[in-house]
Design a binder for this molecule. Structure first.
Ligand SMILES: Cc1cc2nc3c(=O)[nH]c(=O)nc-3n(C[C@H](O)[C@H](O)[C@H](O)COP(=O)(O)OP(=O)(O)OC[C@H]3O[C@@H](n4cnc5c(N)ncnc54)[C@H](O)[C@@H]3O)c2cc1C
Length: 435
């Protein structure tokens, strides 16, 4: 029997599914000792700090992660950061394979004038603020204006717009950060406009997210019926229409035709609109858009412009991976071929593919990379692994310590009538885990 040492960096969905694929690949002859390191004192990646608080069902995937973590060949080392507490070189020396599942957490920029005005934020800063990520609790967000613009036509844009547009009392029974909930309760925002560059047929929303919109009790949702009709006409000539596209357009048509409740909270989805300039006197006051049209299947400027007065802009146009020593980022991802980076170095998840796909996409993807890793494994190394690399006294949050944090948050949640109350301070999280 041979036993290989694997280290996975990043405790998000990709990290856990990578660990699971190694667990499933074990035989009588080949075993794996899996160490997972995570920079935060808490695991689960974007399932904790990204997925919207009003979508609790999605977060139940964490039960799968905890099952993987309970296997005897798995160890968690949270509060350990690659590039700060351990180097990539040391990990590669100590382990038979290093898998980087570090995600993509840097918000992409539009690159338009005025983008850096006050209260023009990236979803990469706004989402972790309302989801209690310890690094983002101090994000400055001013919700005193009446109109917010959200740039992007994907699920992240949709989450952000929904959180801003719904009656905040609907968030009372969720695990949203208390600081965000109290700010949302004082918010003056009553109109939220999502702006996508291309037509409805290219929107990256998924149908389940769209289907949530007509169910909002205190918000009217608007989509321009003409824009949907034009998209329907454009796709009518296609030989085969993908199921997802058909579903999306059906829901958008439903939203466009739905009778409105006449409430003061409004969420509008505008297509064929490219932001070209942000204007304001130090703080954002207006976004200028180029109106687009579709010509011969291509999105082109129509030559017309329009503007939206607003006091908050959130850009949700994608994420890039963060660079650290020893890693090259290309097109926002770790430079790799099918997950292979260099000798004994691999990548899975958003770090590998970029910010695409749902949580489940990371499972099949990680399984493929693990197959490749196993094919490339030769002789196991004689080495000590992570324990030889950390400074003595380093406050590691292991699985038991994490379970203490988890239990404490869930108990606080029970008292407050929520699934959990997340602790927002790093040192407090560490304290709960280690005492
Ligand atoms: C706002 C938002 C909402 C979403 N909502 C949904 C949804 O409702 N449903 C759905 O299916 N999908 C959703 N997704 C997509 C889903 O979250 C991703 O597919 C998934 O999280 C990607 O997994 P990952 O492990 O690659 O990255 P992540 O989840 O980002 O995990 C990466 C982990 O690596 C850690 N890390 C980073 N750098 C280091 C380092 N140097 N050292 C140690 N650790 C490090 C991070 O702290 C993090 O825990 C959403 C995404 C976003 C951004």
């Amino acid at each position: 029997m041979v036993k290989f040492k694997i280290v996975i960096v990043g405790a998000g969905p990709a990290g856990y599914f990578t660990a699971q694929a190694f667990q499933n690949a074990q035989t009588e002859d080949i075993k794996f000792a899996i160490d997972m390191i995570e920079r935060l004192p808490t695991p689960w990646g974007l399932v904790r700090s990204g997925v919207a608080p009003d979508h609790p069902k999605i977060k139940t995937v964490s039960k799968v992660f905890e099952k993987i973590a309970k296997e005897p060949n798995f160890r968690l080392f949270a509060n350990v950061e690659l590039g700060k507490d351990v180097s990539l070189k040391d990990l590669r020396d100590q382990y038979d394979a290093v898998v980087l599942s570090t995600g993509a957490s840097k918000g992409r920029k539009l690159g338009v004038p005025g983008e850096d005005l006050t209260n023009s934020l990236s979803a990469a800063d706004f989402v972790p603020w309302y989801n209690s990520h310890p690094d983002y609790v101090n994000t400055e967000v001013d919700l005193s204006c009446d109109t917010a613009v959200v740039i992007g036509a994907g699920n992240v844009a949709m989450d952000v717009a929904r959180i801003l547009a719904i009656d905040p009392t609907e968030l009372d029974p969720t695990d949203i950060a208390d600081h965000a909930l109290s700010k949302l309760k004082q918010s003056n925002i009553r109109t939220v406009i999502i702006c996508g560059r291309r037509g409805p047929e290219y929107a990256a929303f998924t149908a389940p997210e769209l289907r949530d919109l007509p169910k909002l009790e205190n918000t009217d949702v608007y989509v321009d019926s003409n824009q949907i009709q034009e998209a329907e006409l454009r796709i009518a000539s296609l030989i085969e229409i993908e199921k997802d596209l058909r579903n999306n357009l059906e829901v958008m048509r439903l939203i466009a035709d739905q009778s409105k409740k006449g409430v003061d909270r409004k969420l509008e989805i505008k297509f064929l609109s490219t932001p070209i300039e942000f204007k304001g006197n130090s703080k954002i006051e207006e976004v200028i858009f180029a109106q687009n049209k579709v010509e011969n299947g291509k999105v082109v400027p129509s030559g017309e412009k329009f503007s939206i007065k607003c006091g908050l802009v959130i850009s949700a146009i994608g994420y890039d991976s963060v660079e650290y020593p020893g890693i090259t980022i290309q097109n926002g991802r770790i430079n790799n071929i099918a997950g292979h980076v260099e000798h004994n170095l691999y990548t899975t998840g958003w770090a590998k593919r970029g910010p695409t796909g749902v949580i489940g996409t990371n499972k099949s993807d990680s399984t493929d990379v693990v197959e490749l890793i196993i094919e490339n494994l030769k002789e196991p190394k004689l080495s000590e692994g992570i324990t030889s690399l950390l400074k003595s006294g380093h406050q590691v949050i292991d699985q038991l310590a994490w379970e203490k944090i988890n239990a404490s948050e869930v108990i606080s949640g029970e008292i407050a009538g929520k699934p959990r109350v997340k602790e927002i301070k790093r040192d407090k999280l560490i304290n709960i885990g280690l005492n």
